[in-house]
Design a protein around this ligand. Structure first.
Ligand SMILES: Cc1cc2nc3c(=O)[nH]c(=O)nc-3n(C[C@H](O)[C@H](O)[C@H](O)COP(=O)(O)OP(=O)(O)OC[C@H]3O[C@@H](n4cnc5c(N)ncnc54)[C@H](O)[C@@H]3O)c2cc1C
Length: 460
């Protein structure tokens, strides 16, 4: 192992920070009071510079951790003192939207929200939407194959990527910024990098597919006592509203009541929420027809006693308020200062039973203060925030085991969308077979034989 003089590299990339200059940097947006430990931070402005950095690091066995918007929830951007950080934040251009081909090309450091806005200005639409869209960057979103609130209708990030440019750990640039919808000329390599959490290469640019912007938006909050009624409502809404049903999200009652409690600034639009509170989004074309159809679907569900109450939101400001309730993870976090986040996938018909059993088991554990379930129920993806008295490793492990153990039996997943990072690695075997993990390790060995890029993420 050589002992590289990092100053040699930092001098090549203007604006770099040495280890002594990184006090204002951090490894996660929620850890701004914990200074970053690393050998330095480089801010490439071009793909060529990313390649120069990786060539140097490859030659000198220098470990690298890639930083995007730092919103991941699995320790993916944590660093050690002997690692170099490559931050893509200066490569933040959103290139012109192409309305004829309905595509947008963006650099890896572009904030997702800016890409969405650029598309909307041309009456086009990229339906990726989640709470961190104002901070998450294109490269991070692709590397985590992010999902969010509209996956049920539109799929995850993978569905929206037409072309990628990537720099491999040895500095080789793979440029495939095609705008084609169809290309079966051999193995589609871009998919190897989507969701790879930066262990195979650094994403530097991407081409997204766009669709026509919906003209109308309507939202509703419904409530029901029974999980099978919730599923019945989802089925009926999907049948009657069709492609206009774009979001069907769930908060358990205690999660909803915590977010809309008196001390928060939200006002609950539902008088007496039952066990489950459902958030519905409908995107369409015709204001009056869409509004009527949504109200009719609710009325039908009410008559059949699948739901017990509903509130409707038509104006943009009302809808914004309504969806803030669904997305306000910060209030839950504040309620549970020591906490663990989960992001699991379960076959949709088993969510009610499994989550309710899990809640009971967690609450009977000494040291657990509260459990707040919510999530993308139509995708079978539930999040849990578990509040606890302290961060003792024993309690943390006990909680992990209660949440993860039932998943293997029902062919669920320990990560529906956030990935594995460093935090969930010990549990990967519950979601993936030994053969699959072996292939992942083989790919890592192929792309990064020196194990210098995002080492230790997903697999060892
Ligand atoms: C409030 C909140 C709500 C969220 N809601 C959702 C949700 O609904 N759905 C969802 O899927 N996620 C959600 N997330 C998680 C997170 O926002 C996503 O995973 C996001 O895509 C991460 O993007 P980022 O730019 O912040 O990446 P980072 O956190 O910076 O990085 C994530 C991983 O990708 C790697 N990486 C970053 N940039 C690159 C690059 N250019 N090339 C290669 N590797 C790279 C990093 O090394 C790291 O391993 C949420 C997070 C928060 C805080």
């Amino acid at each position: 192992m050589s002992h590289p003089n990092i100053d040699e590299l930092l001098a090549k990339i203007p604006g770099s920070l040495t280890a002594h200059e990184t006090q204002s940097r951090f490894s996660h947006i929620w850890k701004t009071d914990e200074p970053l430990h690393c050998k330095g931070v480089v801010f490439p402005r071009t793909t060529k510079q990313v390649s120069t950095i990786m060539q140097w690091c490859y030659k000198n066995d220098q470990e690298v951790v890639v930083h995007g918007g730092l919103t991941n929830l699995v320790g993916g951007t944590q660093t050690q003192a002997d690692q170099l950080v490559v931050s893509l934040e200066k490569m933040n251009r959103v290139h012109a939207v192409d309305p004829k081909n309905r595509t947008v090309t963006a650099e890896a450091g572009a904030i997702l929200e800016n890409v969405l806005e650029a598309a909307e200005k041309q009456d086009l639409f990229l339906p990726l939407s989640f709470g961190a869209r104002g901070s998450a960057q294109v490269g991070g979103v692709i590397s985590t194959n992010a999902g969010g609130l509209r996956v049920f209708r539109y799929g995850m990030t993978r569905n929206w990527i037409l072309g990628l440019e990537v720099v491999l750990p040895n500095g080789t640039i793979i440029e495939n910024l095609k705008t084609l919808r169809k290309d079966n000329s051999g193995i589609d390599l871009k998919h190897l990098f989507i969701g790879a959490e930066g262990i195979l290469g650094i994403v530097t640019k991407a081409v997204f597919r766009l669709i026509e912007k919906p003209q109308t938006r309507h939202s509703a909050i419904l409530t029901t006592n029974d999980f099978s009624n919730l599923l019945q409502t989802l089925r009926y809404f999907d049948q009657t509203l069709g492609a206009r049903l774009t979001g069907f999200e769930l908060l358990w009652e205690n999660t909803y009541s915590t977010i809309t409690a008196e001390e928060t600034h939200y006002k609950s639009p539902i008088q007496k929420p039952d066990n489950y509170v459902i958030f519905v989004e409908m995107l369409g074309k015709n204001v009056e027809r869409d509004s009527n159809d949504l109200q009719d679907a609710c009325a039908h569900s009410f008559e059949h006693e699948w739901i017990s109450d509903a509130a409707f939101f038509d104006s943009a400001s009302e809808q914004e308020e309504c969806w803030k309730i669904r997305e306000d993870v910060a209030t839950l976090e504040a309620h549970a200062p020591h906490n663990q986040h989960f992001d699991i996938s379960i076959p949709i018909d088993q969510i009610g039973t499994i989550i309710n059993n899990t809640i009971q088991q967690l609450l009977s554990l000494d040291g657990v203060l509260g459990v707040y379930p919510f999530g993308h129920v139509a995708d079978g993806n539930m999040h849990l925030i578990v509040g606890k008295q302290n961060d003792s490793p024993k309690l943390t492990q006990q909680i992990n085991e209660i949440v993860y153990q039932p998943l293997a039996e029902v062919k669920g997943s320990i990560s529906a969308e956030h990935g594995i990072g460093l935090d969930k690695k010990p549990y990967l075997h519950l979601s993936r077979s030994q053969e699959e993990i072996h292939i992942m390790k083989g790919l890592k060995q192929l792309f990064d034989p020196k194990n210098i890029l995002n080492p230790g993420r997903i697999v060892d």
